[in-house]
Design a protein around this ligand. Structure first.
Ligand SMILES: *Cc1c(COP(=O)(O)O)cnc(C)c1O
Length: 392
């Protein structure tokens, strides 16, 4: 059984698919029919890989942390996605999708963003490749995330406020979809995680799989064995996690652990722990676990980290969870904060709050001295300085 590739309708087992309004169907169908051939082509891969190397700064280092290793009694490695241009893994996907859009003869990119990280990565890739860029953002988020809004504007993107509903991410998504329906021929819509209708989960998975491709090679160079005992990553929509897991999924050795945001506690009512609480439903065009009420209304999630504050997870993660390929755990806001401060002190690396969730799980593991553990450090903490200041 293949655990990494959806069937031709976009299903991973029972999860995934493409539940879209009829008016969006032509846009999705064009992508479905063309994406695989384009991104598998040698010329695409060559251009993609050369930009990842010379522009993004890949391969990112795999850092053996002596300090964490001594503390936890195992061999702890940090995959430094925080050292990517723009400070996180999201740029891998943004570059891939802009390249894809160009090959589909699109001359305009749209995207939505909540905290602004995906918007900044998208605006960056669009500036680089000289393509028109519009980012939809809830009016409230525009207020809350001023520095990222300024970044997008400096990069030449147009930031459009979504003023309906709760004026946050889901309203921005609605606006972006409306815009896409109205401009199907010239516009590509970039989704920022392994969520959304088929083929987005597969597209984004392929672009992020570079992370585990590199981990494998780097571990082999550093230890003589390409298979770690554990890979740990935080799980929001799931793009950094699937990138870090991808090449280890069926190797028979590596245990894969995805860490959700427990928020103030799984049963506190303020959480984003989708697998812990979720029931199967449909969100953003695909069938997956999501946090919902008994009558199917999506529950407003909470996490201290904006990137994990999402009520669903990508369909591939629902599938990997149900088939036992990935263990899903959660840590609280406080545990993530503690882990972020700890890594800053012991290794001089201020991680993103999202990534700190993966780190925090180390405290709950029973490890052997021979165990090789890779933590995916999905991003850097610059964007979280206000939160860190508040809790110091
Ligand atoms: C956006 C973000 C995440 C969460 O998104 P995934 O798709 O789950 O990876 C995690 N870490 C950082 C640094 C982010 O910016």
């Amino acid at each position: 059984m293949n655990h990494t590739k959806p069937d031709k309708y976009g299903y991973y087992g029972e999860f995934g698919g493409a539940f879209v309004p009829e008016m969006l169907y032509p846009n999705i169908k064009e992508l479905q029919e063309n994406y695989e051939q384009i991104i598998q082509s040698d010329s695409f891969q060559e251009e993609f890989k050369s930009l990842l190397r010379d522009y993004v700064g890949r391969p990112t280092p795999l850092f053996f942390s002596k300090n964490l290793s001594a503390q936890f009694g195992a061999k702890i490695y940090l995959k430094r996605e925080d050292l990517n241009h723009t400070g996180a893994h999201k740029i891998n996907n943004a570059i891939g999708q802009v390249l894809l859009a160009k090959r589909l003869n699109k001359n305009r990119i749209i995207a939505e963003t909540g905290a602004g990280q995906h918007g900044v990565a998208t605006a960056t890739a669009c500036a680089l490749m000289n393509i028109d860029c519009t980012i939809f953002m809830g009016e409230i988020d525009i207020d809350r995330q001023k520095p990222n809004v300024e970044r997008m504007r400096i990069l030449g993107a147009k930031v459009v406020a979504a003023t309906s509903g709760s004026k946050t991410l889901k309203d921005a998504t609605n606006e972006a979809i409306r815009e896409w329906i109205n401009n199907p021929v010239d516009t590509h819509y970039i989704i920022g995680s392994v969520v959304g209708p088929h083929p987005y989960p597969d597209l984004v998975t392929q672009f992020q799989s570079i992370i585990s491709e590199e981990i494998k090679m780097q571990l082999n160079e550093q230890t003589g064995n390409e298979r770690p005992d554990y890979v740990i990553a935080c799980l929001g929509g799931g793009s950094n996690a699937i990138g870090a897991f991808y090449h280890f999924i069926d190797n028979g050795k590596t245990k894969l652990i995805a860490v959700e945001a427990g928020g103030e506690g799984v049963y506190s009512g303020k959480t984003a722990a989708t697998i812990a609480l979720g029931k199967i439903g449909i969100i953003h065009g695909s069938k997956t676990y999501l946090i919902q009420t008994d009558d199917g209304q999506i529950v407003e999630p909470h996490s201290i980290s904006a990137g994990l504050d999402y009520p669903g997870i990508g369909p591939i993660h629902s599938f990997l969870h149900d088939t036992g390929k990935v263990e899903v755990v959660n840590v609280t806001d406080q545990e993530a904060l503690d882990a972020a401060f700890h890594l800053s002190k012991v290794d001089g690396i201020i991680p993103a709050l999202e990534s700190a969730h993966a780190l925090a799980h180390l405290n709950k593991m029973t490890l052997k001295t021979s165990d090789v553990v890779v933590i995916n450090l999905s991003g850097r903490g610059d964007k979280d300085m206000l939160t860190y200041q508040k809790f110091m």
